[in-house]
Design a protein around this ligand. Structure first.
Ligand SMILES: *Cc1c(COP(=O)(O)O)cnc(C)c1O
Length: 453
């Protein structure tokens, strides 16, 4: 395991080495802090940080959370000591260059022939930018997304003053093509947002058909792969890969969002947006009296809605991709292990009398619920299981997440459960740490015994 205790001092040393030639200077007394006071405050911080869930442990199989790779931490800290701002080349020449290299690699992963893009502080902001470009290029038209799309799409449509239309989801949580076609035929829709890897279920919208339908109606296509995008590395229909066709169609869409802070091993503060047509840069035209003076080359702030952004985020991702590249043999091996864990779990659920699979995982998100006869009992049993698993002794704890489903969604998947409530919580487990894959058998057995009435 990469030992950060040994590596982090190297970040400090490299910074001191770089700064030395500029000459020593005295820190202003207003900034001086006594070591003892800092030590005491630090101890309080360390204590308060123990009020967390062990996101990095293989038995944490709840939400989409895990600590960054040590290479990302090393890259982030190294750059943060300088604190470059990737808004402008003047604010961070080195990290702005790294960001451009990263964007070319991401575009390559998606098979984009050309691209214009940059990192953002999150998937939400990256999607906002894509929706804003959708509005600028098709003014007055609506934006359509699946009912299972991330909730921020409808919110961001409100923000930019565009009508947002929810397209029905089918019995696997994918965008329903008949409903999409019905809406496209009204001529109202300027852009369709497809999701590859829904946040709830990890479902893959049928992108090849969506692209064909959209093109037939002169409609643009934006793809939100905030969660699922890196699975493009293993989209080969193999036993521990994922479906090829939806990811292959990414080469034909207008824009793509992916979150390196989800499956790219990065700390929070790292989303990305890519446009297939670099000429969308015209929508961003603005002049800044404060920045942009050092170069005729494009400044990232000139093609971004956000102003200040951490150059450290680019350094973190750059260093990570130098050691774990965007290849099947690199990051692909992390995703394949996650996928094997999810598939093994799905197999165990298929033969269990106590836990029922809600639907089959398309990526690494597994959904299931304790076998019960009514929705209110499923809800209660799921909630009880969620708590019981997290309240085991620390060395045995299992951390889960819940997900609310409707009576119609349960029925569509063939679950015959009395609908005595409008929604029920089920269990949702994201298997996003490769180490979790070897724990799945134990986790499943434990949950089975905890779930019995
Ligand atoms: C997580 C997620 C988002 C939102 O991204 P943030 O980085 O949390 O802002 C949007 N879409 C999908 C599909 C996601 O999974």
């Amino acid at each position: 395991m990469t030992d950060l205790a040994a590596w982090l001092p190297r970040a400090v040393e490299a910074n001191l080495r770089w700064m030395a030639p500029f000459g020593a200077f005295q820190q202003h007394p207003s900034l001086a802090v006594d070591d003892e006071i800092l030590a005491s405050a630090f101890n309080r911080l360390a204590e308060r940080l123990t009020d967390n869930y062990p996101f990095g442990h293989p038995r944490y199989v709840g939400q989409m959370l895990k600590p960054p790779h040590p290479a990302a931490v090393l890259g982030y800290v190294s750059a943060m000591l300088i604190n470059p701002n990737n808004h402008a080349l003047d604010g961070g020449p080195a990290t702005a260059q790294m960001e451009k290299e990263i964007m070319a690699r991401l575009a390559g992963m998606f098979g984009m022939a050309e691209h214009l893009g940059h990192l953002t502080s999150s998937g939400t902001i990256a999607n906002l930018e894509a929706l804003w470009v959708a509005r600028q290029s098709h003014p007055g038209k609506a934006i359509a997304y699946s009912a299972d799309a991330h909730y921020t799409h409808s919110r961001m449509c409100q923000v930019i003053g565009v009508d947002g239309i929810a397209i029905a989801a089918d019995d696997a949580g994918r965008m329903d093509l008949a409903d999409l076609e019905r809406h496209l035929s009204t001529g109202r829709i300027g852009t369709v947002v497809a999701t590859l890897g829904t946040t709830g279920l990890g479902a893959l919208d049928p992108l090849p058909s969506i692209v064909a339908l959209a093109r037939a109606h002169g409609t643009r296509v934006h793809v939100d792969t905030a969660y699922g995008g890196f699975f493009a590395l293993i989209a080969d229909d193999s036993a521990d890969g994922v479906a090829r066709a939806p990811f292959a169609a990414l080469a034909d869409v207008d824009s793509i969002v992916v979150d390196p802070h989800k499956h790219g091993l990065q700390p929070y503060g790292c989303g990305a947006v890519l446009f297939a047509d670099p000429s969308v840069g015209r929508f961003y035209v603005h002049d800044s009296p404060y920045t942009y003076f050092s170069s005729d080359e494009v400044h990232l702030g000139e093609i971004s809605l956000e102003c200040s952004r951490a150059g450290a985020a680019a350094a973190a991702l750059w260093l990570t991709l130098e050691v774990i590249p965007l290849t099947d043999a690199g990051l692909g091996q992390v995703l394949r292990a996650n996928r094997r864990g999810a598939l093994e779990w799905a197999g165990l659920l298929a033969t269990s009398d106590d836990l029922v699979a809600y639907q089959a995982p398309e990526l690494d998100i597994v959904t299931y619920f304790p076998a019960r006869g009514s929705m209110s009992d499923v809800d209660q049993a799921s909630q009880a299981l969620f708590h019981a698993a997290s309240e085991l002794p620390p060395a045995e704890q299992i951390h889960l997440a819940t997900y609310a489903v409707t009576a119609a969604a349960l029925a569509a998947r063939g679950h015959r459960i009395t609908a005595d409530a409008t929604t029920a919580r089920i269990i949702r487990s994201t298997v996003m740490k490769p180490e979790s894959s070897t724990y799945i058998g134990d986790i499943h057995r434990r949950l089975v015994s905890l779930s019995r009435p």
